[in-house]
Write a protein that binds this ligand. Structure first.
Ligand SMILES: [Zn+2]
Length: 274
């Protein structure tokens, strides 16, 4: 499943490829995605409109259309947005096709169909049911160590579960939570109520560092993730603990351990993460 760095990489690609282009036609081959796509409404919303910018909020992609309209995409488990020259034939699982003149198209491809495409408007974004309860963006100014600490008040959650709570901070999925905690030298099951200010500072800095490094490497391709050009990311080569059970810690050589928290694997070094 793509996480924040992968979605940000896709956003950058889409932005380069799509801004300034006008949607000339929309074809719906399969309407039953996570939310049923109303082909007529989508056509009316998008056709004849020029793409002005592509934004990201958490793991949602917001394709802005002039004037004031937005296509809100989520890739779900297996969704891809492919932009390029028009394909000679439709592939299985190509559900939505946005034509932009004779030389460019964008295909939403999603074998598992947990993805979504919702027409909305700029005016509705602040109160959009999908967006309104999301926490801060981890790379924004508003995301500070004081903010994190304040969010943890009265919580006894393990720090990894806390980091993965989208109402606190968005886009820190399983891989990046494990890596951030390694960098911060914090054990994933440590309860947040026993973290001191110095820990919060370290944790905050680590989350930013890991996400920024992953964006710089165009994301992590552990399974089938590719960006809008079909390119794989490279951050999977830079992981310190995730998926490395039994391998030596890069700091001290002790073996990486795996535990299960809230049904997800956590990886950490029992020696340097306390
Ligand atoms: Zn270690």
């Amino acid at each position: 499943m793509p996480e924040l760095p992968e979605v940000e990489t896709i956003r950058r690609g889409l932005s380069q490829q799509l801004v300034g282009r006008t949607i000339s036609a929309v074809r719906v081959r399969q309407a039953k995605l996570r939310h049923v796509v109303d082909a007529r409404a989508l056509h009316e919303h998008a056709v004849g409109r020029t793409i002005s910018r592509v934004e990201r909020r958490a793991k949602y992609l917001l394709i802005h259309l002039q004037p004031g309209r937005v296509l809100l995409f989520h890739l779900g488990m297996s969704g891809r947005l492919r932009v390029g020259a028009p394909a000679s034939e439709d592939a299985k699982h190509d559900h939505l096709i946005f034509q932009m003149g004779a030389d460019l198209e964008m295909r939403f491809h999603d074998p598992r169909r947990f993805g979504m495409c919702l027409p909305t408007t700029v005016a509705d974004l602040p109160n959009h049911p999908r967006l309104r309860s999301l926490g801060e963006e981890p790379l924004s100014e508003a995301f500070t160590s004081d903010y994190l600490r304040a969010q943890a008040k009265r919580s006894r959650k393990p720090v990894k579960n806390f980091l993965m709570d989208a109402a606190v901070v968005v886009g820190v999925g399983n891989i990046y939570a494990s890596e951030s905690l390694y960098l911060a030298k914090l054990r994933p099951n440590r309860p947040v109520d026993c973290l001191r200010p110095v820990h919060w500072t370290r944790l905050h800095d680590s989350v930013r560092q890991v996400l920024q490094a992953a964006i710089d490497k165009h994301g992590t391709s552990l399974s089938d993730y590719v960006d809008s050009n079909g390119e794989r990311g490279e951050f999977q080569n830079e992981l310190f603990v995730y998926g490395r059970e039994g391998e030596p810690c890069a700091r001290d050589g002790h073996r990486i351990k795996r535990i299960v928290q809230a049904g997800r694997s956590s990886f950490y070094c029992p020696w340097c993460q306390r």
